[in-house]
Structures are given as structure tokens and as C-alpha cells.
Design a protein around this ligand. Structure first.
Ligand SMILES: [Zn+2]
Ligand SMILES: [Zn+2]
Length: 168
């Protein structure tokens, strides 16, 4: 299994064009008849700074810490809009929705520890092959897939440590 850290040659992770993404979001809001507000753009800016898989509440808390006062409901609704717009992807790892940048490449899948919530990203070529093979055999053109492994940490000490830090 290859971890994300050894896959930096793909490079698109770093070339995040925040200006272009903001313009895309503004165009999306106008097209859908939503108001373009500073609060919504602040939520976008905060989301673009994340490299992890975050919950709406985690983003809300980090925005408060940075002195950005946005209503909690605005954070939640804006994350939904950013997902519809294709800027974020929403994951369901078993503890509520988590978000991640859609442009965060390389394409990867996730393994989640059901005990402590630790999330590991991995790439496995065979999953892409399966996506291709199944789609073709059923007469489709594959676009993307979502594959999650639910597991438990093999090292109990590592696992309980993580759980502690997650519970705060
Ligand atoms: Zn991920
Ligand atoms: Zn664990």
C-alpha cells in the first residue's frame, strides 16, 4: 500500500488556484440565485486552508479561533453549497459528514479506524482497474469511485492515544 506522502509527484495538490476557485464559487452562487456574501467567501477561504478531512463544526471552531465570526448555520450551509459546486467532496465515515478539497489530488481512497476515527489515505491501482472493468462490462464510462475500509488500529496504544485526542 502506498501512502499519500510517497505520491507527491502528482503535484496538483500544491497548485491550488484559490483565485480561480473563488471565481468559480461566485459564478455558481449567482447562477443559483444565492447571494455572494463575505461570510460565504470566508468559509471558502477557511476550507481552502485545510488539508485534512474536516467536519463543519471543526471548521466553525477554527474560524472562531482565527477571529472570523460567521454563524454556525452559515458554515454548514456554505459547505453544502461548496460540495454542490464541486469544490469540496463530502465523505460519510460514520461520524457525521466530513469534507475534503475536491482538487486534493492524487485521487485516493480512505481507511477509517472505527475505534478512534483515525483516517488514512491510500492509493491502490487495482481499485481503478476494477472501476474501469465493471463500468465497461455494464456499458458505462467510469467517472470516479468511492471506496472505504473500516478497520481498527492494530496497535491498541496508538489507537487509544488517538481516541483521547479526538475526544478532546
Ligand atoms: Zn482524503
Ligand atoms: Zn484506532
Amino acid at each position: 500500500m502506498r501512502s499519500m506522502k510517497s505520491q507527491q509527484q502528482h503535484g496538483r495538490t500544491k497548485a491550488l488556484n484559490t483565485e480561480e476557485i473563488q471565481q468559480r464559487f461566485i459564478a455558481f452562487l449567482r447562477q443559483r440565485g444565492h447571494r455572494v456574501t463575505q461570510e460565504r467567501l470566508h468559509v471558502l477561504s477557511a476550507a481552502l486552508q485545510r488539508t485534512d478531512h474536516f467536519t463543519a463544526d471543526e471548521l466553525y471552531q477554527s474560524m472562531l479561533q482565527h477571529g472570523w465570526h460567521v454563524a454556525r448555520a452559515t458554515v454548514y450551509s456554505t459547505l453544502e453549497l461548496l460540495t454542490e459546486c464541486g469544490i469540496l467532496v463530502q465523505h460519510h465515515f460514520g461520524r457525521g459528514a466530513r469534507y475534503e478539497l475536491a482538487d486534493k489530488l492524487p485521487e485516493h481512497d480512505h481507511l477509517i479506524c472505527t475505534q478512534c476515527g483515525h483516517i488514512v489515505e491510500f492509493q491502490e491501482k487495482i481499485l481503478r482497474d476494477i472501476q474501469q472493468k465493471i463500468s465497461e462490462s455494464l456499458g458505462f464510462v467510469p467517472l470516479k469511485h468511492s471506496f472505504q475500509i473500516f478497520a481498527v488500529c492494530s496497535d491498541p496504544q496508538h489507537c487509544s492515544h488517538k481516541e483521547h485526542s479526538h475526544q478532546k
